[in-house]
Ligand binder design. Structure first.
Ligand code: FAD
Length: 321
């Protein structure tokens, strides 16, 4: 019995959210007296994958077949299912993400496993296996029992406080049996939607709302985002008005983000907006209305005009570099 963590890669490196999953896996392994094996799929290097050891993995299985360099849901699901069987893993841990959702659902169906997503805490082993998950866009929690032999747990970003050690994992080649059906859907190319940083994965997000008055004013938002190395986001009306592309829209009906820092500029803080950003670690709100509801959810608030505050913030950040 072991714990298997599916690690997502970004340019060959293990994503931060997957390092959190590895650390979560370590805590599960400690409770069960077992060890953590990581599965990494696609283009990478031994050095980049050995890093997993710092977060508690003893071994990394690396499926480096060139056909897997572009993520294919079917193929990745087959590889993960095969790795679960090869390692006799009872627990499969991964980060909740678009890829994680698609792969974990398929793998659970293949393995007849219990699956739970949006998990925010370590499992409780006092009576079977139960976990706490976030529901209703973060407004409530549910405790659920995983009763099947194999258990798939997708953790919410920022759910665990990772402590980095100094270990190094061994990296082994993993050559799963893949057939044509695994590549029935072919990804023929990928391109970044916009911006320098991918929004769902971003650690820093600068987001703006109707307070910016129009698309012609987004330069000050982008300047701040560029100075910080942040992704840009927006409220729903902003994308409905076509001021910004729809994939930047965050909230209940848009993308859910959990960055370390979320800077909201000229956004009122409606409940539907908060639903997509309320698991951010630190929220900074800039709004000229001191009564704006967003201030109630803010860790730091600046009462001021975005057209005055944003350029000054950008200048200060550039000067501090
Ligand atoms: P406004 O509400 O117009 O707020 C603009 C803010 O900017 C105000 O607080 C104002 O004080 C401030 N401001 C104005 N000028 C300046 C200035 N110069 N400097 C500083 N501050 C300034 N919304 C989402 O964002 N995401 C969702 O996913 C989403 N889903 C929804 C789903 C449903 C079913 C419904 C009914 C609504 C949904 N909404 C969503 C819309 C939501 O209710 C709000 O209408 C929306 O979030 C408001 O956007 P806003 O804050 O940009 O605009």
């Amino acid at each position: 019995m072991s714990v298997l963590v599916f690690a997502e890669l970004d340019n060959g490196s293990i994503k931060k959210s997957s390092l959190e999953a590895i650390y979560y896996g370590l805590e599960v392994a400690k409770a069960k007296g077992s060890s953590v094996t990581v599965l990494a799929i696609g283009e990478s290097s031994n050095e980049a994958l050995a890093i997993a050891g710092k977060y508690g993995a003893t071994k990394v299985l690396w499926a480096s077949d060139a056909r897997l360099n572009i993520a294919s849901i079917q193929a990745y699901s087959s590889v993960l299912a095969e790795a679960v069987n090869a390692t006799s893993a009872e627990f499969v841990i991964l980060s909740k993400s678009s890829l994680g959702d698609a792969v974990s659902a398929r793998v659970s169906a293949k393995l007849k496993a219990s699956i739970v997503s949006n998990v925010v805490d370590l499992p409780d082993f006092s009576s079977g296996v139960t976990v706490k998950r976030s529901i209703y866009t973060g407004k409530a929690f549910a405790t659920v029992a995983l009763t099947a032999d194999k258990k798939v747990i997708a953790i919410k970003k920022n759910a665990v406080n990772v402590v980095e050690g100094d270990g190094s994992a061994s990296v082994e080649n993993f050559a799963p049996a893949l057939n044509d059906a695994d590549f029935a859907v072919k990804v023929t190319g990928t391109h970044k939607a916009s911006g320098q940083v991918s929004l769902p994965e971003a650690d820093l997000v600068v987001s703006a709302g109707r307070g910016l008055k129009g698309p012609e004013n987004w330069g000050i938002v982008e300047d701040l985002a560029n100075a910080l190395g942040a992704a840009t986001a927006c409220s729903k009306p902003v994308s409905d008005l076509d001021w910004r592309p729809h994939h930047e829209h965050v909230g209940q009906t848009g993308i859910k983000v959990s960055p370390n820092l979320y800077i909201a500029c000229g956004i009122s803080g409606a409940i539907q907006h908060l639903a997509g950003v309320n698991s951010s670690k630190v929220i900074v709100v800039i709004n000229k209305d001191p009564e704006a509801p967003f201030f109630k959810a803010a860790d730091y608030g600046i009462v001021g005009d975005v057209f005055d505050v944003l350029p000054r913030l950008t200048k200060a950040i550039q000067a501090s570099k």
